[in-house]
Design a protein. Sequence first.
Length: 256
Amino acid sequence: MKKILVRLFILLVILLVVAAVGVHLFLDSAVKKAVEIAGPQIMKVPVKLDSVSISLLSGSGKIQGLVVGNPEGYKTPQAISVGVASLALQPASLLADKIVVDSINLQAPEITFETDLRHNNLSKLLDNLGGTSETKKEPTQPTETKPAKKLEVDDFVIQNARLHVSVTTLGSQSATVPLPEIHLRDLGKGPDGITPAELTKRVLTEIEASASKAAVKTIEDLSKGAVFMGGEAGKTATNALDKATHNIGDLFKKKK
């Protein structure tokens, strides 16, 4: 009888382990699938994610290989690329109406600011999210058939980001510069929370504002023949770039 009980106990432990692993794998694949389906619906661009790993016990997690594509008509490969992002959430909230995320940390993302000196890819992404830009378009109809899961993100940090500035209308002049840290707090705090689309818009708005400011300064430096990490400015287009700096500066002033 004792041996039978021991075997039953061992079997129960094995079943619990298998169940835990199954739930863990299901959660990871479900999050990955949700990002790759909801991302393109929200942003109107391709969104790819290599892997997700979330611990149901600790609530810690890791996202790897997130790539947000560029809107149609832009030439650079992608708008945003994140190698690794870490997060911490409250596991019990996964079963609630609002998922509570304690922190999200994006480390060293690669952000592309492509412009023809009239428009840029990040502003277009904001346009797709319902943001404002110089070009007004008819509002798109919502594609979701059921309410999105609400979120609360207490701490959202983007560190060590690199900005690739690409001026397509002037011989594809380009440069790479660092971006200051972006730190957002208390997103979706309160009973109503925030939808994934609203969270994306809040974060992208901060990225676009920081990138725009850096881009103006970078184009000014390019016009003086400065050399950057990601590209070397040609000195033959100095006058054209001087005019371009004025144009792009005016464009961003209009948006404020």
